[in-house]
Write a protein that binds this ligand. Structure first.
Ligand code: FHN
Length: 588
């Protein structure tokens, strides 16, 4: 063992943890395939797939895989689904082909969801797939199909278990008062032993497993889960496995769910998991499918921010992936066949924002050159694509999907301008590969006063820092919305030729029930704090009814380069506001 590793391990042991330490190089080596994969399939399949969102003929609210909860079923009632589980159309090779043809590199399937039902042949439980008419080990067939196709197999495993008598509590924030089974004598530690036994089965009997995707850990702390012990077991059985953050330890990657963090999670591996409609497990009535454009642009957006996309399918009780999912995945796969090099093994964009689309990056091994993959959502009508702020010399450019068309690139005052011949290659996203000298050197986008002297800071020109806030564009709004995290903040880089003695006006909307937040608007140059002003968000009637609220007094803006930041001082309700713009008007 290298001295660094020995030191790291001894520190971990001294801290009372027995988790094996690893050096940065070892961690990077273990994460390499996952970081290069960028795109995986999530599969929610189980007894709930048979129910398809209905119980005794009645539609049940919420996601399909939560039907036991939302139908208020005792385990004994829910068990009536077991004799109906016989997915005769299940074909593991077909599922894996659909994933592979979509350009996905790994598959994460529910080995056990919150209902406690094991989709594999478990020797420690009769509440498993062998106790159904199907009597086939789904995990065995799928892991073998993945191996045949060269995809990585991952396991989803729920800590929360609504069936096992030792699982406690019978529900906390999502209480399950109808679950009247006695709790006397129940032991959570005994449940954890059971969970560790099933994890041992899953990590021993099915070959190399690439991902352990914990879920349902929110009812206990890491300590209550004996999380370090569980992780050590996992890593002993599968030393190269990648583990998510949902046993309440950070582990290898974060898991934003159903959303894309505005600026990604810099310095952290992360993966957005998302449904194609609104439910993870199959629900016949849920036909609210996201378009292929939305799904593909989500993939590009996520990868441009340095993340992975785990896109879900919920197979039917017969074992078929719904046609609406198959159709979308096939269309994504068609795009990936042409543009996969702009997704796989790329890293985050060096730009804060690009008006025409996104950028993914590939720094060539020697660092002497970089490929910037420019994903063009809005093809320029005049054929001129301006990459503002790029200081590098262009070496050349090519259009993915049409090598016959020549793309030229020239440096100008405001970055590099590409001349794109003809029409867009793809209506959803056309990719231009721009080769540049060295590592990306990008100037921050700066806002300058308009011709009338007014400094207008617009939502679309802002940098959003944080997890939930995001730019929204619709017929009735262009604003920074979803501002539900008080730690999220907004910035503009500004440059003034001369100082400005100004009044300021903020344009925003806020539904009545959410008003009252206080935000600080600060103008600061590096190492030189400047003026700031407090805004108390008033109700404007709705999230799309925008008003202009002047800030009290005058603000003296400095000449030169500085940053205008909007930070949340207090957020008494669930959201701050929909921020459209801030205008600084010269007072004289
Ligand atoms: O409760 C589950 C839900 O059913 C689904 O499995 C998602 C997928 O990430 N995870 C939990 C909700 O966060």
């Amino acid at each position: 063992m290298s001295s660094r590793r020995l030191l790291a391990a001894s520190i971990v042991l001294a801290l009372g943890g027995i988790a094996s330490a690893e050096t940065k190089e070892e961690h990077d080596a273990r994460m390499k395939w996952w970081r290069e994969a960028r795109f995986g399939m999530f599969i929610h399949f189980g007894l709930y797939s048979v129910a398809a969102g209905k119980w005794e003929g009645k539609e049940v609210a919420d996601a399909g895989e939560w039907i036991q909860y939302f139908a208020h079923l005792l385990p004994a009632d829910y068990e009536k689904l077991a004799p109906r589980f016989n997915p005769v159309k299940f074909d593991a090779d077909e599922w894996v082909r659909i994933a592979k043809d979509a350009g996905m590199k790994y598959v994460v399937i529910t080995t056990k969801h919150h209902d406690g039902f094991a989709l594999f042949d478990s020797k420690v439980s009769d509440w498993d797939v062998m106790a159904t008419p199907f009597k086939r080990d789904v995990m065995k067939e799928l892991s073998q199909a993945c191996a045949r196709a060269g995809l990585v197999q991952g396991w989803y495993h729920s800590i929360m278990d609504w069936h096992h008598p030792d699982y406690l509590p019978r529900g906390t924030e999502k209480a399950r008062p109808w679950d009247t089974r006695p709790t006397a004598g129940a032991s959570y530690d005994r449940y954890l032993d059971y969970m560790k036994n099933q994890l041992s089965e899953l990590l021993t009997n099915y070959g190399p497993i690439g991902v352990l995707w914990f879920d349902g850990g929110w009812e206990h702390t890491a300590a209550e889960h004996h999380a370090t012990e569980v992780i050590d077991l996992i890593r002993k059985l599968q030393p190269n496995i990648v583990v998510n953050d949902r046993i309440n330890l950070p582990q290898d990657f974060s898991t934003p769910e159903q959303f894309i963090p505005a600026t990604g999670l810099p310095g952290r591996d992360w993966e957005t998991c998302m449904t194609m409609n609104d439910t993870w497990g199959f629900k016949e009535s849920d036909q609210n499918w996201k378009s292929t454009e939305t799904l593909l642009r989500n993939l590009i957006d996520i990868v441009s921010k340095g993340g992975n996309y785990l896109l879900n399918v919920g197979p039917t009780g017969e074992g078929r992936i719904p046609p609406a999912s198959v159709e979308r995945l096939a269309a994504i796969g068609k795009w990936m066949k042409v543009n996969g090099e702009a997704i796989y093994a790329t890293t985050a964009s060096p730009f804060r924002r690009l008006p025409f689309g996104r950028c993914t990056t590939k720094v060539l091994a020697d660092g002497k050159s970089t490929t910037l993959y420019l994903h063009v959502f809005d093809w320029p009508k005049d054929g001129k694509l301006v990459v503002s702020g790029l200081n590098n010399a262009p070496r050349g450019a090519r259009l993915l999907g049409d090598a016959s068309r020549k793309v030229t690139a020239a440096r100008g005052n405001d970055g590099v301008t590409l001349t794109l011949p003809g029409a867009a290659v793809d209506p959803i996203a056309s990719v231009v590969a721009l080769e540049i000298d060295g590592l990306p050197d990008v100037a921050l986008p700066r806002v300058h006063p308009s011709g009338d002297g007014v400094l207008r800071l617009l939502a679309e020109d802002a940098t959003i820092l944080g997890e939930r806030a995001a730019f929204e564009a619709a017929a009735d709004k262009r604003c920074i919305g979803f501002w539900t995290n008080a730690n999220d903040r907004v910035e503009w880089e500004v440059e003034l030729a001369t100082p400005m003695h100004a009044t300021a006006t903020v344009a925003y909307a806020c539904a009545s029930g959410n008003a009252g937040s206080e935000v600080m608007i600060a103008c600061a140059a590096p190492e030189a704090p400047g003026p700031e002003a407090l805004l108390t968000v008033a109700p404007t009637g709705s999230w799309t009814n925008f008003v202009l609220q002047p800030l009290a007094g005058f603000i003296d803006l400095p000449a030169g380069r500085f940053t205008v930041t909007v930070k949340v001082k207090s957020m008494p309700h669930g959201a701050v506001m929909n921020l459209q713009s801030i205008a600084f008007v010269p007072a004289r």
